[in-house]
Design a protein around this ligand. Structure first.
Ligand code: ZN
Length: 268
């Protein structure tokens, strides 16, 4: 089982936590960053757990735009540590905080996201997007304009017609533990082909329903997988296996090829 989107640098006592997660069957996580500082932190975690973490660096959109000084330093970090990096993220467009700002601010965020897409394209790195509701189509248009081959719409909330455009383009969409108790997310599962579905927690973000008052961890993924299996009428193990393949196809296609050949060898 994999967690395709977690803010790993925000966890305390990480060594003990990762050990517990691994014991519970978690094979890996995609650790995203929200600013320059967390980008450094994510990469240092990646160095400590190279086989458990896919590292993504970026600037979260639900906050003021980064300074040009931070962007320059971040680009230097990307160049220097490129070998440690699996994706650009999380980046995207503000939605929840936009009302607090002047509305023409959105244009600046669109321009910044455009810059991030150029980098994603130039570096051949997938891009992890926070772009929900009415802002999903804006991010989608940018992706297609830049011909970005690999993108992940994390915790997507969008109309079925937009979901269809995204999946028709081969991009990935993830669901969170919210799918276990919220009809809207179960509906999303119905609309996304299993081959493009990922599981995530966005931890340490807290959840309600059966997860009320529980500290969010990738261990919740087991319940998300069960819910996907139930909604799609599939076998739990088959869903788990497909979600793993999706995760590797997005973040580490070479591992997928290796896993594929290993399996072939075994069947021979
Ligand atoms: Zn996030």
């Amino acid at each position: 089982m994999f967690d395709a989107h977690i803010h790993l640098n925000q966890y305390k006592d990480i060594d003990r936590q990762i050990e517990q997660w691994q014991q519970a069957g978690i094979e890996g996580v995609a650790a995203v960053s929200t600013d320059l500082r967390s980008s450094y932190e994510t990469l240092s975690l990646k160095q400590r757990y190279p086989d458990f973490i896919f590292a993504a660096i970026g600037f979260h959109p639900e906050q003021p735009l980064p300074s040009s000084r931070d962007i320059t330093e971040w680009e230097n970090l990307l160049r220097r540590e490129r070998h440690l990096i699996s994706a650009i993220g999380e980046v995207g467009l503000p939605y929840y905080t936009l009302h607090e700002q002047q509305h023409d601010y959105l244009e600046h965020y669109i321009a910044f996201l455009d810059e991030m897409m150029c980098i994603s394209k130039r570096e051949s790195l997938p891009i992890i997007l926070h772009a929900v509701h009415s802002h999903t189509p804006i991010a989608y248009d940018l992706l297609t304009r830049h011909h970005i081959p690999k993108a992940h719409f994390h915790w997507l909330k969008a109309a079925p017609s937009v979901v269809k455009q995204i999946t028709d383009s081969g991009y990935y969409i993830s669901v969170t533990p919210e799918a276990c108790y919220r009809e809207r997310d179960q509906d999303l599962i119905r609309h996304v082909p299993l081959k493009q579905l990922l599981t995530e927690t966005d931890g340490p973000w807290p959840f309600s329903g059966p997860f009320q008052n529980k500290a969010t961890s990738p261990i919740f993924i087991e319940d998300v997988i069960k819910k996907i299996a139930e909604v799609k009428g599939k076998d739990i193990m088959a869903v788990q296996k497909q979600c793993k393949q999706n995760m590797l196809a997005l973040f580490e296609p070479s591992a997928l090829n290796a896993a594929g050949s290993e399996e072939n060898e075994r069947t021979i």
